[in-house]
Write a protein that binds this ligand. Structure first.
Ligand SMILES: [Zn+2]
Length: 370
């Protein structure tokens, strides 16, 4: 398959519903060449065409590029601190089917058994159309696809056990994948340097520089929660003192409310943020301010032009926007304060990580479709 075929598939994937005429313009090829490319790709069961709605423009009617009904599919999987989910995703990013279940307290072998059973079920339906798996996990992933998720008690586990013999397997950290998805299909498509920050069990994020996701030398970049923007008196589970994450999560809320550390900081934080009590409102204001201060530090350092907030960070933006914005502005350098890079909720919401896992699988698979 030529580079041009791969490029055409990429256009059909990133712009679902694109017309053949528009795809030809994006690729810089003539209509004849585009027609030939599309014919070849539909013969290879990679693309199909449907009549486009009349545009009113003169000339021959064009067609819309669609995924082929027998074309390749990827499995996009997400493991959170409490549940797993697997989607079957076609070219263009649309999910065809989904399976999910809670796993709270499960061991790694128990989780593996549940996920491999789901993969087997999809395989019986879709067979060899399933060409790749992309997975999002709440921890760090090594280059050899081993996961460390200290919050869940899973250390150095082999992610490829989730689909033994997978033709193509890619994995990434939830926050990094959510960031990539926001830049590909979400709120950050027009940003030059987008910063994504997400609070769940911990605070993580990623930087996408002109659609290039910064992954780090060992794949563990984006651990912003362990930058010392917090209280040096507080010891973080990572072993360092003063980590920012300990100032903005459920454990921080519990500390301000004089309660013991919550067993499930995510659920606890959601409950406190939703509460109307005056003590709870005050505690939420304090951690929203701690979030804004750290974001200012990152924006000063990275020169980001947009910040997207996911999960509990988005909940804090909705619940205490005044506190968050005030500390953000106060922490910005004067040169950035006149037009502060906007803080916006992630557009893909809770679907960010699994959408990123699907993108990760597709972008690895597309060049191999020959
Ligand atoms: Zn830490």
């Amino acid at each position: 398959m030529t580079t041009r075929s791969t490029e055409l598939l990429r256009v059909a994937h990133t712009r679902p519903g694109v017309t053949r005429a528009a795809a030809a313009r994006l690729l810089g090829v003539g209509t004849g060449a585009a027609t030939e490319l599309v014919a070849r790709l539909s013969q290879a069961a990679l693309l199909s065409e449907a009549p486009a709605a009349p545009s009113g423009a003169r000339g021959r009617p064009t067609t819309v590029l669609m995924p082929h009904p027998e074309g390749p599919l990827v499995l996009a999987a997400e493991i959170t601190h409490e549940a797993w989910r697997i989607d079957v995703v076609e070219l263009g990013g649309h999910p065809l089917a989904s399976l999910a279940a809670p796993h709270a307290g499960a061991t790694w072998p128990e989780l593996t058994a549940a996920v491999t059973a789901a993969v087997g079920k999809f395989f019986r339906t879709y067979g060899i159309r399933l060409r790749a798996m992309g997975i999002s996990v709440p921890g760090t992933v090594s280059p050899s696809l081993r996961l460390d998720a200290s919050n869940l008690g899973w250390h150095d586990v082999d992610l490829t056990e989730l689909w033994p013999g997978a033709p193509l397997f890619v994995a990434g950290n939830d926050a990094s994948l959510a960031a990539a998805a926001e830049s590909a299909r979400g709120a950050a498509t027009d940003a030059s340097v987008a910063l994504h920050v997400r609070i769940e069990g911990g605070l993580g994020g990623a930087v996408v520089d002109r659609s290039h996701l910064l992954v780090g030398a060992t794949g563990a970049s984006g651990e912003f929660g362990h930058m010392p923007f917090g209280d040096p008196a507080v010891l973080c589970p990572c072993g360092a003192r003063g980590c920012w994450g300990t100032a903005v999560d459920g454990t921080a809320l519990a500390r301000f409310l004089g309660q013991p550390p919550p067993r499930d900081p995510v659920t606890y934080a959601r409950r406190v943020i939703a509460s109307d009590g005056p003590d709870e409102r005050a505690a939420v204001g304090v951690i929203a301010a701690a979030l804004g201060r750290g974001l200012a530090g990152l924006v000063n350092g990275l020169d980001a032009d947009l910040v997207t907030l996911g999960s509990i960070a988005a909940d804090l933006l909705a619940a205490a926007p005044a506190e968050l914005h005030a500390s953000y502005r106060a922490g910005l350098m004067a040169i950035r304060r006149e037009t502060p890079p906007p803080l916006v909720a992630a557009a893909l919401g809770p679907d960010g990580p699994i959408a990123g896992a699907a993108e990760n699988a597709w972008s690895s698979l597309l060049p191999q479709l020959s």
